[in-house]
Design a protein around this ligand. Structure first.
Ligand SMILES: *Cc1c(COP(=O)(O)O)cnc(C)c1O
Length: 498
């Protein structure tokens, strides 16, 4: 029993073994119960409460006095009771979904090892696994022999920022010492459908959001290459330096793949760094059936790929892959001699820490590596193909269904399926401003009801001149056709009287 004990009785306390084992076993029981519930369709995805209800309903305060271990177990239970079951077969809200058992085990191991990626000295195996996995990922992109460089970072937004950073350094290495005042005005190009992290990175790096030119897309959300070329010439005419083109492989809302080969030709012609943001679409490289959608990615100078999205690796796990070796190191290294002593006994190229912007770096590699070992590339391929098949199923089911209207014509290229639900009251109205002003309220109202019933979760947003629509995405390996059927019927049930 741990009930009367406090954290002071746990290891490293003298004779703390028994209390520690009992406590951790009880925590594990709580986790196992949550895991089993996660996959049980009769449980809710979310037990939603408003912030003041959660704040007032429980004592979350940090006290002067220690609490008992029993109290900690109670709060662990409470925390999970109100957590969102992101592995639930009916959770479709984000691009990161699912709960992989091997990934979870690897995450537990990682937390237990509790180390830091910056040096081989303190993370020998993890550093080697990162080296091996990055090489494998570069092979899958199509770089000969998996050559190049890379780093795992705290997410796709940061990976994209690294790409801008090293592209700038490649062109103007003096920026590292002298700053932006010493170099000409730089312009980056990205599509109007690309992820906001490109602009955010430009703001953070002193390029400024005005230094990011948004390129027009076609109706499917893909960059129009002619517009890209026109805007590059325009920037040059103004005396600016075009230095970076971001092509998205799998846009966040539409799931569109930019025409990578045409973009690569333009980048080559004007000697501009080509980055491929495959944060969402990168997983398709694992699939022989779908990897053609990333043809041309191998011509990129850098690629962002988030295994924590389509591949279902537990958050967080994102990599930046770079074709040229050494840039990351030269751009970012500060040679802190308290950490990266030049006279250590081993090959210092395994001290990857100075490639990073961070000092300490979390171990994100083990989850991906152990899952890859467990499934093989074939297993990832099957998992990803299944998600794409399911999105086909959804698309075919709703494209001619009464009350549903597709945002895009044609089969989706990724698992994104974007659609409006039209309640009876507006179903037969002419397509005009009045109908749009009613339609824009529908998705948020259905979502509110969906959250309070807690039965499923799906996201919505406007895009350009399109008012709020649902964006279904499927990256959850637990989802089946039955769950897709459920989602459609649930939207109809919650929305028909609006
Ligand atoms: C999700 C996403 C990102 C950001 O990734 P995080 O891991 O959330 O930081 C960047 N680009 C695209 C296309 C994305 O879909």
């Amino acid at each position: 029993m741990v009930s009367d004990n406090s954290c002071g009785d746990l290891l490293p306390a003298c004779n703390g073994e028994g209390v520690t084992i009992t406590f951790l076993e009880q925590v594990l029981d709580i986790l196992l119960e949550y895991i089993l519930k996660t996959f049980d369709r009769s449980t809710k995805v979310i037990d939603f409460h408003y912030p003041d209800e959660l704040l007032e309903g429980f004592n979350w305060m940090l006290d002067e006095q220690p609490n008992t271990l029993e109290d900690l177990l109670v709060t662990c239970r409470t925390t999970l009771k109100y957590a969102v079951k992101t592995g639930h077969p009916r959770y479709f809200n984000q691009l990161s979904t699912g709960l992989d058992m091997v990934g979870l085990a690897a995450d537990w191991l990682t937390s237990t090892a509790n180390t830091n990626m910056f040096t081989y000295e303190i993370a020998p195996v993890f550093v080697l696994l990162e080296y091996i996995t990055l090489k494998k990922m570069r092979e899958m992109i199509g770089w000969p022999g998996g050559c190049g460089d890379g780093i795992f970072s705290p997410g796709g937004a940061i990976s994209n920022m690294y790409a801008l950073l090293i592209a700038r350094y490649k062109l103007f290495p003096e920026v590292k010492e002298k700053g932006m005042a010493a170099i000409p005005k730089l312009i980056a190009f990205t599509s109007e459908h690309s992820h906001f992290s490109i602009k955010k990175a430009a703001a953070a790096l002193g390029i400024g959001t005005d230094g990011v030119v948004l390129i027009k897309c076609d109706v499917r959300g893909k960059i129009i290459p002619a517009d890209l070329e026109r805007r590059i010439l325009e920037a040059k005419q103004k005396g600016f330096v075009p230095f970076f083109v971001n092509a998205t492989a799998g846009t966040t809302v539409y799931g569109a793949f930019d025409p990578l080969v045409a973009i690569a030709d333009i980048c080559n012609k004007y000697k501009v760094w080509m980055h491929v943001d495959a944060a969402w679409g990168g997983g398709l490289l694992m699939s022989r059936k779908h990897r053609w959608k990333l043809n041309g990615a191998e011509r990129g100078n850098s690629v962002t790929w988030n295994p924590h999205k389509m591949m279902g690796v537990p958050l967080q796990c994102s990599a930046l892959l770079v074709r040229e070796e050494g840039l990351l190191q030269n751009c970012n290294q500060m040679n802190a001699c308290y950490l990266f002593q030049p006279d250590k006994q081993y090959d210092l190229s395994y001290d990857t820490g100075d490639k990073a912007l961070q000092c300490g770096r979390h171990v994100d590699i083990f989850k991906l590596w152990l899952m890859w070992r467990a499934k093989g590339t074939m297993g990832f391929e099957a998992q990803i193909d299944k998600c794409l098949d399911l999105s086909d199923y959804l698309y075919n089911k709703i494209r001619n269904r009464e009350g549903f209207e597709m945002v895009l014509d044609g089969k989706p290229q990724h698992t994104n399926v974007c659609f409006w639900y039209l309640p009876h009251s507006i179903r037969h109205l002419p397509d005009n401003e009045e109908r749009r002003s009613l339609l824009l309220k529908v998705a948020p109202q259905i979502k509110t009801r969906m959250m309070s019933f807690g039965t499923t979760m799906v996201s919505y947003q406007p895009q350009g001149d399109k008012v709020n629509f649902f964006r279904m995405v499927i990256s959850n390996p637990a989802a089946t056709q039955e769950d897709i059927d459920f989602l459609i019927e649930e939207i109809e049930r919650l929305g028909q009287d609006l």
